[in-house]
Design a protein around this ligand. Structure first.
Ligand code: BES
Ligand code: ZN
Ligand code: ZN
Length: 470
């Protein structure tokens, strides 16, 4: 399926369908109101109605806002993919809606069929957005950036959806190398031997019982005259069995998605480099598999992290923070960044707190949290701030080491995980750092908004927006 932005309608009219977006108010004035009434169509949000004799698809929405357009477009594309139409076109007179259309079509029309022997075949080959206003040139830039971000989101989804046997820490590193080559990025991979030299023993402990060697992946995008430096850090657990604190069977299913933070980081650096942003980006990924075995790390172990801080392990399923502890320390040592963002499917507690649709945002800088909140609203992603406090911090106290890897109380688990990471953020970086818990938002087993079954690509859109705003 190809999407193009045209200035006037030169779209192929053979087996073409036109899309019209209407609210309940618009419906009253519509030239098709009789036919639509007959069909029982009320123009409610996310409802659609085909008028086949007019080769028209009517899409209902509550308002002509980006969020509502994006959402119903995702519904429309799924229906269109099942029809005999070869092409579809939409007339647009507001260029700020272009990203919403692009995301609705690309993300709503996404499906992951790598492991299916018969692939679904859609007749729909071409979508034309027809922009009617004079400032076509600026619309083209908006359009091409939107395509880049939507494609990067699908790229992230593809990796998240790949099975843990196909996407191991080593194949993750290969994939990163391939991206680096295609997008002219710097690429450095640390294998277990190199990780040991770097004293990443906390990260190494998590991967010890796996047949797959842990990998630290560092990609860099360095444009000339970069105005800012941003470090992105991603949790890349290619599988999280829980380790010796084994997950129950039902909770283990979907744990291939525990690499979603790392996949998002790859998607973001891909988008930023393709949009040619003048921001230096360093992406750090900890690709590790958390398994069981005679050589597995254990509850009761004390790990010495790269920073020198000692960690009492009381639960091997709180492994993401052990990987991130070393990764954050490494990233801060190697690059003096203006912003440090980590992305992780870190806690089930984040889903309990915010629901599955919302990314939890933690950190010390209210200004930064506010700026990211604005970017996510603009990008159509849901984020919410979870506040740190000194009382929750005390719950990580250990009797025998510097810090414990789990809290001693059952409440506030997303925040205590964030506070654990905070212990590995250097004093001078406290205001530059934010932690994103994407445990809920990164993966779904039922479709919502532009998301279909599997990885959602959470964070790629809002972070791309934030980076553009810098
Ligand atoms: N990867 C999980 C968190 C998770 C859970 C992500 C569900 C997505 C969906 C993480 O490593 C984990 O297991 N966390 C534990 C922490 C606990 C042991 C303190 C959790 O959330 O239960
Ligand atoms: Zn875990
Ligand atoms: Zn995990």
């Amino acid at each position: 399926m190809n999407i193009q932005l045209l200035h006037q309608n030169i779209a192929d009219t053979k087996r073409a369908v036109s899309l019209e977006y209407i609210t309940t108010d618009d419906l009253k004035k519509s030239k098709n109101r009789q036919a639509l009434k007959l069909a029982g169509f009320k123009a409610d949000q996310d409802t659609i109605c085909f008028l086949y004799d007019k080769n028209t698809l009517i899409c209902g929405l509550d308002s002509h806002s980006c969020d509502d357009v994006r959402s119903v477009t995702a519904v429309a594309i799924k229906a269109l993919q099942k029809t005999e139409y070869k092409s579809a076109n939409i007339t647009i007179d507001d260029k700020s809606l272009i990203p919403a259309f692009v995301e609705g079509f690309v993300l709503g029309g996404y499906s992951y069929e790598v492991y299916k022997t018969t692939k679904s075949k859609s007749k729909l080959k071409q979508i034309s957005l027809i922009y009617t206003k004079d400032d076509y040139k600026s619309a083209i830039k908006i359009f091409s950036d939107a395509i880049v971000v939507a494609d990067a989101t699908c790229f992230t989804r593809d990796i998240v959806n790949t099975t843990p046997e196909d996407l191991t820490p080593v194949t993750f590193a290969k994939l990163a190398k391939k991206l680096a080559k295609e997008n002219a990025l710097g690429c450095k991979i640390l294998d277990e031997q190199a990780l040991l030299k770097e004293n990443c023993t906390s990260m190494l402990a998590v991967g010890r019982a796996s047949r797959h060697e842990s990998q630290l992946i560092h990609l860099s995008y360095k444009p000339k005259n970069a105005r800012k430096k941003v470090s992105l850090i991603g949790k890349g657990l290619t599988y999280d069995s829980g380790g010796l604190s084994l997950k129950p069977g039902a909770s283990m299913v979907t744990m291939k998605m525990d690499k979603a933070g790392a996949c998002a980081v790859l998607g973001i650096i891909k988008a930023a480099s393709e949009m040619k942003l003048d921001i230096e980006i360093n992406a750090f990924i900890g690709a590790v598999e958390n398994m069981i075995g005679g050589n597995a790390y254990k509850p009761d172990d004390v790990l010495v992290s790269r920073s020198g801080k000692t960690i009492e392990v009381r639960n091997t399923d709180a492994e993401g923070r052990l990987v991130l502890a070393d990764l954050l320390d490494y990233a801060q040592d190697k690059v003096k960044a203006d912003y440090i963002f980590d992305f992780a499917t870190l806690t089930g507690a984040c889903m309990v707190a915010l629901g599955q649709y919302t990314t939890g945002v933690m950190g010390h800088s209210s200004r930064l949290k506010h700026a990211v909140g604005k970017a996510s609203t603009d990008a159509g992603e849901l984020t919410a701030s979870l506040p740190f406090n000194k009382h929750l911090k005390k719950q990580l106290k250990s009797e025998i080491a510097d810090i414990c890897n789990i809290s001693n109380k059952p409440y506030g688990g997303a925040i205590t995980a964030g506070l654990f990471l905070d212990a590995f953020i250097k004093e001078e970086n406290k205001e530059k750092w934010l932690h994103f818990d994407i445990a809920g938002s990164a993966y779904t087993e039922s479709p919502w908004d532009v998301n279909v079954y599997g990885g959602t690509g959470a964070s790629v859109r809002f972070m791309s927006k934030f980076l553009k705003s810098l």
